[in-house]
Each structure stands twice: as structure tokens, then as C-alpha cells.
Design a protein. Structure first.
Lengths: 259, 763
């Protein structure tokens, strides 16, 4: 099965503007976005990559090769319907073996929402995501505080910066045992916390975490939905003008180009 | 003895349960005449579901023809595919086509709210895929009984959960809709679902089976025992406590299977492997085979044993009637079959070849070596019974219309304090309060093309990422107005949906409708229906936009109590660039607020009469299509030329409610002065605030654009009056909605009233 088959499914609605971004050399970089059956936000993630100036490559879950991409994004959605446990089946996709190996070798990997759940199920990140404490799906513009601006995916932020990006999940409550939570906090591995309102009952308001090396990041809210003025969150600049998600996608390019 | 065609011919006197299957005696006779013998049990199953009200439109057909008859050249201009296909297709320019449709899933959603609502979304989305389109958005039009009725607490959370659980899993943004509470829907809630899809012109697919020798392929989920006779039987009978529970008849949805099916179908289309395609909805395989065959060369031979089953004990009759979800039927050229199956394999979608297209003019179905169905497909799919049912104007009409707000002597707020309290009460009332409790359970962001969504007047979706070309959608229905005057109610529903589209700044192009009514066997209901179609089709001509597709839902009644006639009307509009879409809320202080249009004393049937007095009588507001179109020109131009920062249409709750919503959208208040308006229109403050006169909107104009905007209004001759200024307050004045010289309400107090209602009721 060719990994590039899924690229066809991304047209014609993806990545229209063709802007090349401002980071010199970024257009040489390729970021793979994995499509599992039931993935929903893969085209949005690819658009975010394109808008940041790199090339987006659709990767099919059934493939065993990453086709030489420089980084990988596991997008949001309901892989395999999330019927057993979110991410529990996707973690066994053939491509995930390659993703786990590459992540352990230092390749930047970002898991958004369902992708975060897959990373936890794959044991690339600790903890788990459980049903929202209020038992309902929630979609809202969510304020976050960036706590760690040194990971491969957050270095273009400033620590302590408050951003607003969409959040939409039914099972977004981050949980771990107390020693794990203490270790995550002690090692500065909480990359973002919910600000003012905890939308899903996550322990210690955790919205995203990273691994020890800082190359693997899991994030429950959706930065890929806040990268384009007119289609992002409402902001002081105007209706849907919020593009606070963009630095996640430029951060990884900065990281890769500095290698 | 096996129920074969041969046996049926030899045994004319076998008693058949046609009545239990919902067929009338003369309908059963008609089947016998068509076949020249009694039907087999499998044929009886097929005819019974396909001739049900739900599938055959037998009571509504004679009236629905009006939509086709009243079509002008202007209306046809953008129409690529009209009524009759799974959904109509409209040209939006630059080679893009849009297909959209609204459909009901009322009865199943009452019996089993979660699954009923979920599969309602699934069904309408498959309709859209069947046209070759990629679905890009959904909306839901919901009607429940009284907000505090115990059964509403059962139905509403289930329905919202079903739409959320199913729709969100499909990756389709939910961009708008309606939620209305009225005791007339107690026991008969309405769950309508709208879906919209986009495609390039050359990718339009139609439901027909052409080309003798082409293969008939069933793919998607396996066929099970769920929903046997479901939609068809359920939707064709009213609820009656004396019959056993119908719970097992409701289909169970699997959104993951649907999502995979969507992607699989789109890849099949792109690869050019599909000649014709049909989704399986109500009446399952009966419907798909007969409709495909009847629209094509007229013949099909199918072996029912090839159907992949979830439950191997199903009888052929049950297989034909099963309404298992997430299934599609395609017609595939033999030389394309391998490629077709490779794609379904890639998506891990099961597929089986059931048979092939023939030139016999007969739909023949085989089971274990015997022929169990041999019918002319048109007789099943299209040439069913048609009834011109008796109609009579309800006897209560005159008395109800005479019972106006004035005749009933309804007390109006006499002081500024009372008026202030009225504003708060209306803002908090079930039908005017914030619907965030519901809409925050829907994903409005997925696909990254949503430019506008609830609570704005229309949902707006970008179609072309290069140019920003896109669409706007809005739906409306006012059952109270339709109860008072069904023809006028339908006209007003279209006028309001049209107004919502132009308020967002889009140019209206086409209409879809879902006509929800009580029993057609009641002449008074039938009169309401005929009046509604009359009103709606004439309004389409007035606005120059055609109905491209829709749905009729009858039998929404319990005993002799029917719902208010509820014609849900959806209007589709087009934008050259969706970034021009106008929001409903104010963002910046210091902008001038204008009221466009004029206000008459029109309070009959209003939200105020409902909320404060529980009163429904009199005559609905006047329908003014010419004024609406002029208003549309102004709002579209203002949007395109960047003259306004916000616009909000006036409808339920009048000017007061529009001001409340624009202020609360982003927390920017306003100072409102009405003297000029009251003098010009000769009305009092209360009437100015709560009259529901049509063809009106408020706009917020930045200082720099005031001259240009007022010049345009003057030149075009639209009545406009300055009524206030946006304002966020200062150290001495709170951020408030202030009616100068009368009263003021702080935005915090207003927001608490507006946003508290649904969370208080549903947790």
C-alpha cells in the first residue's frame, strides 16, 4: 500500500493559499500527517503545515514507512471510532511502529487530541485521557498558558504566554498517578495548562505534555484550527482572526532547521 | 411451501398481512393488478415500505407538483439538478456545485432520541454523498415540547447527544440550526437534519442503473435486523398508547462506519469507478434496487443471498426491509469492478456483488435458487398510489384569527421598569435564550473552513481555498405563524431564512424544505399542508429562488392533537469571498446603529404574546417580499463594500431581542434612542421593541462609512433610522444596553438572564 495514496484524498480542499512562510529553508522540510480510519482533522493539520511554509505529506496508517518525513503529526478525530478506548486500536497501526521508533530517535512528533490519546496508548507519553468530567462533548475557544517554550513544538512561544485556540473533545480529561504528575511538573514537562476554566476535568489543568527529550508533544486543544485569519478563534483583532496555533507549526521548523 | 413467484401465481387465495404492513385494502388490490397475481411475501414487503407515506409521498405528491410548475427562468438559472434526485444541485460559480437538503427523522427520535437523531444525521449525509459531493457541513432544526415537561428532559439531551456523537465523529462542522420549545410538539418532537456538500460540476453523480451487464454492488455495513420497517412504518402511523413498544424498530448508527464510507465513496468517485449510486435509507434494499432500476434502463437481477448479513437468520423479507445504516449501492462497469473492490478493500469496507443491470424492464430477486420478486421497478419506486385527499379549512380559523392581541386585551408593560423586566424575561425565555448548552456540544471548527456559525444569522463555509468563494446557509420556521395562517407562515419562513442569508452578506440562490405536519387523513391538516405548499411555492417565485429538494413528514400527531404546521425552510446563499461575511455582534464602541425597514403594530403570534401571556391568536405580520429584496440588496452591498461591521435580522422578539443578541455576542453594549423611530412610524416604545414586522435588520456602521452607507440607503429608497451607538461604558457608566431616558440593563445581568436558562434546565 503506497503511503502517498492518501494524499489524493486531501485534494482539492487542502492548503490553497500556497504561501511559503518566512522561515528560510522551511520549504525543504516535510511534515507527515497520519490518516487513520476515523481521523477527522488531518486535512486541517496539513493546511497548518502548508501555511507555516513546509510541505505536508499524507501518511496512511497501513504503511510501514515514514517516507523520509522530518516530523510527524497525529491528527484529531475518532480513530477506529474510539470504540474500545481512544487511540487504543490506532496504536497498533503498522505505521505506528515506525512513528514510535522515529520518536525515540528524536524525530519531532505532535499528537493533537486523538493523536495525544494515541501517543499515551503508545507509551510515548505518560498518563491517559478519560471522558470529560461533565460527560458531554465540548467545543469552545479555550485559553491556555504556555508553560514550556523549549520543546520542538513550542519554542516559538514565550513561557507564560496566554493563547487562545479551539478545544473540542469528549474524552479530554488528562489523568495520571500522583508520582507521574509530580514528575511531569518537576521536570517542566507540562507544556500548556488550561487558563481560568478547566473544560474537561484534567488533573492540574493539564492541556499538553512532552516527553523527557522534548521532541514528542501531546496536546488536547487544536492549534491547527487557529492558523488562518477568518477561520480561527475570535480575537481582539477581529472575528475568527485568532492564529495563536501557528507557532506550534513554525516551532518545529525552527527546531529542524537548527539541527 | 416457499413464497416464490411461481407459488404466488398458483395460490391466489392465500391471506396476506397487508393491513399489518400498513397497506390499505385498495392499495393491496392495486398491487395485484400491477402483477396480475397476488404478491409474494417478499414483494408485499417491498411494496408496503415503498408505498408508505414516508417513501411514496402519496398524500403530498399532488401538492408538491406546484414547486415544479411555478418555476421561472430566473429560478432555473443556477439549477444543475432539480427535485427528484437524492438532493438538488446548484451552481455557485467557478465550476463549483453545491448540493443540500433537509430531512426529517422525527418519529425515531421520539422513540429513541440518541439513535434517532444520530441516524438522522447519517441518512442526510449519505444523500449528499450519493450526489458525488464531499459533505462540508450539517445543521439541525429541533422542536421539543415545553422546556419544563419531564419528557423534554428525556428527549432533548438524547437528541443533542446523538447529533453530537454521530455528527462530530464524521468530521462535519455543525454551523447552525434551530431549537424551539412549544407544547404542540409534546409527544411529537421534530428532529430535522440538513447537510450540504460541494463538488466540481463534472463530478455530479446520479442515482440510476444504466448499462446492461453492469454490476450492482452493495457496500458498507452489513445488513442486520435493526430498523426493519423502521422509518417507513414509524413515520406512517401516529403514536398510539394501545400498541406495543416500537423501540426495536429504530436503527442503530455507527458513525465510524459512516466516516470510512464517506472517504471510501469519495475515492471511488475520483477513480471513476461508479456509474450510478444510491444510499440506503428508509426501505433499505427495496428502495435502492427499485429506484436505481427504475431510473436507469429499467431492469435488474439480484441474488439476495449475496447480501452480507450481521444476522444469518434474517428472512428475505427482512433483508429487503432492513434499514441498517451506513450502506450504499453502486452500479459498476464490469471492467471497473476490480478497481472498485480494491478501493473498498483499502478502506476495509465490505462489498458484495448482488447482481447486474438487465434490459428486461423487471426487477427480479432470487433467493436460494427461486425467484421471489419479479416486478416492474417503476411500480414500486415511482408509480405508487397518489391521493388527492379531502381538505377543509379548519372551523376554528376565523375565531382564532379574530382573537388578536388587542381583542384579547393582553396587558402590555406600562412603565419603564415593567418594560425593562420584559426585556430580561424575553431574553431568558426558552425560545430566545442562548443555545450554547446545545451548540457547544457540536464541533464547528473541523475542516477549517467555517467563517460563521451559530449564534450568527447564518452558517458560512468556504468552498474554494484559493478564492474564498463559499456558501451561507440558514433555516427557519415559525410554527405559531403557520398555525394562524399556513400559507402566510410558509411565506414568512422563506422571507426570514432569506433575510438571514442577506444579513450575513450572501446572495440567495436556492431553497430546501422539510414540511412537518400532522395526519394527512385529517382534512384540516391536509388543508394546512396544501396552503403551505401554495404559500411557499409562490414565495419562491417572489424571491426568484427555486426549491431544489426536500422532505415531507406527516403523521406528527398524538391522537387528534397535531403539531403546529412546521415548514422548515432552508436558504442557500453564495459569497465571492466568505471573509466578507457580516457577523451579528458588535465589537467596537462608537459605531452608529441603524434600523433598516419600518415597524408596524404587529404583535399577534409574537414571542412576547407567547412568553408573557401564553397567547396565540390574530394575524401574523405582513409578508413583504419587495421590501425584503431591497433590504437584501442593501445588506449584500454593504457587506461587499465593507460599509458595516455587524448586521442582525429582526424576527422573533423583534428589535429588543436583536439588540440583546448583538450586545451579548462579544460583550459590547449600546446606547439606544428611539424618539425618531417612534415619531416616524407612529408607534410606542413597547411596539417598537416587540413588534415582529418583517423586512427589518439592524446594522452597526463605523464612523468612516456613515456617509457612504446613508447615501446608499437614501439612493435606494430604503427607510433607515439612526437608533443608537455602540458603547462599552466607562468608569462612571457600566457596559450596558441602555434605552436612553427609559431604562438600562448591565450586560452582566443581561448575560446571566440570556445564558442561564438551558443550563438551569438540563444541567
Amino acid at each position: 500500500m503506497s503511503a502517498r495514496v492518501a494524499m489524493d484524498t486531501a485534494t482539492p480542499l487542502v492548503g490553497g493559499t500556497g504561501e511559503t512562510g518566512t522561515i528560510p529553508g522551511a520549504q525543504e522540510l516535510t511534515i507527515g500527517v497520519v490518516q487513520f480510519p476515523g481521523s477527522l482533522d488531518e486535512r486541517d493539520a496539513m493546511r497548518a503545515v502548508t501555511l507555516s511554509g513546509a510541505q505536508a505529506v499524507a501518511l496512511w496508517h497501513g504503511s510501514e514507512s515514514l517516507f523520509g518525513v522530518d516530523a510527524v503529526i497525529l491528527p484529531g478525530g475518532f480513530s477506529y471510532g474510539d470504540y474500545l478506548r481512544c487511540g487504543a486500536i490506532a496504536r497498533f497501526a503498522p505505521l505506528m511502529t515506525a512513528v514510535v521508533d522515529a520518536a525515540k530517535g528524536g524525530m519531532p512528533v505532535l499528537g493533537i487530541c486523538n493523536g495525544f490519546q494515541v501517543l499515551c496508548e503508545s507509551h510515548l507519553l505518560p498518563g491517559a485521557l478519560i471522558r470529560n468530567d461533565h460527560q458531554k462533548f465540548v467545543c469552545r475557544d479555550q485559553d491556555l498558558v504556555i508553560e514550556n517554550a523549549e520543546t520542538a513544538w513550542t519554542r516559538d512561544f514565550a513561557a507564560g504566554q496566554t493563547i487562545t485556540i479551539p478545544l473540542k473533545n469528549g474524552e479530554g480529561g488528562f489523568v495520571a498517578d500522583t508520582p507521574t504528575l509530580d514528575r511531569l511538573e518537576g521536570e517542566g514537562r507540562v507544556i500548556a495548562r488550561y487558563h481560568e476554566l478547566n473544560p474537561n476535568g484534567s488533573q492540574r489543568d493539564i492541556a499538553g505534555i512532552t516527553n523527557e527529550a522534548g521532541n514528542v508533544v501531546g496536546l488536547m486543544p487544536h492549534p491547527e484550527h487557529a492558523v488562518e485569519a477568518g477561520f480561527g478563534t475570535d480575537s481582539a483583532l477581529g472575528m475568527r482572526a485568532g492564529v495563536d496555533g501557528q507557532p506550534f507549526f513554525t516551532s518545529v521548523l525552527t527546531s529542524l532547521l537548527q539541527k | 411451501m416457499k413464497e416464490t413467484v411461481e407459488f404466488a401465481a398458483q395460490s391466489p387465495d392465500v391471506e396476506q398481512p397487508y393491513a399489518e404492513l400498513g397497506l390499505k385494502k385498495d392499495e393491496y388490490q392495486q398491487i395485484k393488478e400491477v402483477l396480475g397475481r397476488r404478491p409474494t411475501s417478499a414483494e408485499l414487503a417491498m411494496y408496503s415500505v415503498m408505498w408508505s407515506e414516508h417513501c411514496s409521498y402519496k398524500s403530498s405528491k399532488v401538492h408538491l407538483r406546484k414547486f415544479g410548475e411555478n418555476v421561472t427562468d430566473e429560478m432555473k438559472e443556477n439549477l444543475l439538478v432539480g427535485i427528484g434526485e437524492n438532493a438538488g444541485v446548484v451552481d455557485i460559480g467557478d465550476g463549483w456545485a453545491v448540493t443540500f437538503k433537509v430531512e426529517s427523522h422525527n418519529s425515531p427520535s421520539y422513540v429513541e432520541p440518541y439513535q434517532g437523531a444520530a441516524t438522522g444525521v447519517g441518512g442526510i449525509v449519505r444523500d449528499i454523498i450519493s450526489m458525488g459531493a464531499r459533505p462540508v457541513a450539517v445543521m439541525d432544526q429541533l422542536r421539543f415540547g415545553a422546556i419544563d415537561h419531564p419528557d423534554t428532559a428525556r428527549v432533548l439531551p438524547g437528541v443533542v447527544g446523538g447529533i453530537s456523537g454521530y455528527g462530530n465523529s464524521l468530521g462535519l462542522p455543525n454551523i447552525g440550526g434551530e431549537t424551539v420549545f412549544d407544547s404542540s410538539y409534546q409527544g411529537n418532537p421534530l428532529v430535522n437534519a440538513l447537510a450540504v456538500g460541494v463538488m466540481r460540476h463534472e463530478h455530479i453523480r446520479l442515482a440510476n442503473a444504466s448499462g446492461t451487464g453492469n454490476k450492482v454492488v452493495l457496500f458498507g455495513a452489513r445488513t442486520g435486523g435493526d430498523g426493519i420497517g423502521g422509518a417507513s412504518i414509524l413515520a406512517s402511523e401516529s403514536f398510539d398508547d394501545s400498541k406495543p413498544s416500537k423501540r426495536p424498530a429504530v436503527q442503530v448508527g455507527d458513525p465510524f462506519a459512516e466516516k470510512v464510507l464517506i472517504e471510501c465513496c469519495l475515492e471511488l468517485f475520483r477513480a471513476g469507478t461508479v456509474e450510478g449510486i444510491q444510499d440506503l435509507g428508509a426501505a433499505g434494499i427495496s428502495c435502492a434496487t427499485s429506484e436505481l432500476a427504475s431510473n436507469g434502463d429499467g431492469g435488474m437481477h439480484v441474488n439476495l443471498e449475496e447480501v452480507l448479513l450481521r444476522d444469518p437468520t434474517l428472512t428475505p423479507e427482512e433483508i429487503l426491509m432492513s434499514e441498517s445504516q451506513e450502506r450504499m449501492m453502486a452500479v459498476v462497469r464490469p471492467d471497473k469492478l476490480d478497481e472498485f473492490l480494491a478501493i473498498t478493500d483499502k478502506w476495509e469496507v465490505e462489498a458484495s456483488v448482488l447482481g447486474e443491470v438487465t434490459d428486461t424492464g423487471r426487477l427480479v430477486i432470487e433467493w436460494q435458487g427461486d425467484i421471489i420478486v419479479d416486478v416492474p421497478p417503476r411500480s414500486v419506486a415511482h408509480d405508487g398510489p397518489v391521493y388527492d385527499r379531502p381538505m377543509s379549512r379548519p372551523s376554528w380559523t376565523e375565531a382564532t384569527r379574530a382573537n388578536t392581541v388587542d381583542a384579547a386585551g393582553l396587558a402590555k408593560p406600562a412603565t419603564d421598569d415593567e418594560l425593562r423586566q420584559t426585556v430580561l424575561d424575553l431574553a431568558a425565555s426558552p425560545n430566545l435564550c442562548a443555545k450554547d448548552w446545545i451548540t457547544s456540544q457540536f464541533d464547528r471548527y473541523v475542516q477549517g473552513n467555517t467563517a460563521l456559525a451559530f449564534p450568527d444569522d447564518a452558517g458560512v463555509i468556504r468552498v474554494d481555498e484559493e478564492t474564498g468563494r463559499g456558501i451561507a446557509l440558514a433555516t427557519d420556521a415559525n410554527g405559531r405563524f403557520s398555525y394562524l395562517d399556513p400559507a402566510l407562515g410558509a411565506q414568512l419562513a422563506l422571507a426570514e431564512a432569506h433575510r438571514n442569508i442577506v444579513t450575513a452578506g450572501a446572495r440567495p440562490l436556492a431553497v430546501t424544505d422539510c414540511l412537518n405536519f400532522g395526519s394527512p387523513e385529517d382534512p384540516e391538516i391536509m388543508w394546512q399542508f396544501a396552503q403551505t405548499v401554495e404559500g411557499l411555492s409562490s414565495a419562491c417565485v417572489d424571491f426568484g429562488i427555486p426549491v431544489t429538494g426536500g422532505n415531507v413528514s406527516m403523521y406528527n400527531q398524538t391522537g387528534t392533537t397535531a403539531i403546529h404546521p412546521t415548514p422548515v425552510v432552508g436558504v442557500l446563499g453564495v459569497f465571492d469571498d466568505v471573509l466578507r461575511a457580516t457577523p451579528s455582534g458588535w465589537r467596537s464602541p462608537g459605531q452608529t446603529i441603524y434600523l433598516l425597514g419600518t415597524t408596524q403594530d404587529e404583535l399577534d403570534g409574537s414571542a412576547w404574546a407567547d412568553v408573557v401571556h401564553g397567547h396565540l391568536g390574530g394575524v401574523p405580520p405582513q409578508y413583504r417580499p419587495e421590501d425584503e429584496k431591497l433590504l437584501g440588496e442593501i445588506l449584500i452591498n454593504a457587506s461587499r463594500d465593507g460599509m458595516i461591521d455587524a448586521a442582525h435580522d429582526l424576527s422573533e422578539g423583534g428589535l429588543a431581542q436583536a439588540l440583546v443578541e448583538s450586545a451579548l455576542r462579544w460583550g459590547t453594549g449600546a446606547r439606544i434612542w428611539v424618539t425618531e423611530l417612534l415619531e416616524r412610524d407612529g408607534i410606542d416604545l413597547f411596539t417598537a421593541l416587540y413588534s415582529e414586522s418583517t423586512a427589518r435588520a439592524i446594522v452597526a456602521v463605523p464612523r468612516s462609512e456613515e456617509v457612504r452607507f446613508s447615501d446608499m440607503c437614501t439612493a435606494r429608497g430604503i427607510p433607515f433610522v439612526r437608533i443608537g451607538m455602540t458603547d462599552v461604558g466607562d468608569d462612571e457608566h457600566p457596559n450596558a444596553l441602555e434605552f436612553v431616558d427609559h431604562f438600562s440593563i448591565g450586560l452582566e445581568e443581561l448575560a446571566a438572564a440570556h445564558q442561564g436558562t438551558l443550563p438551569r434546565q438540563f444541567g
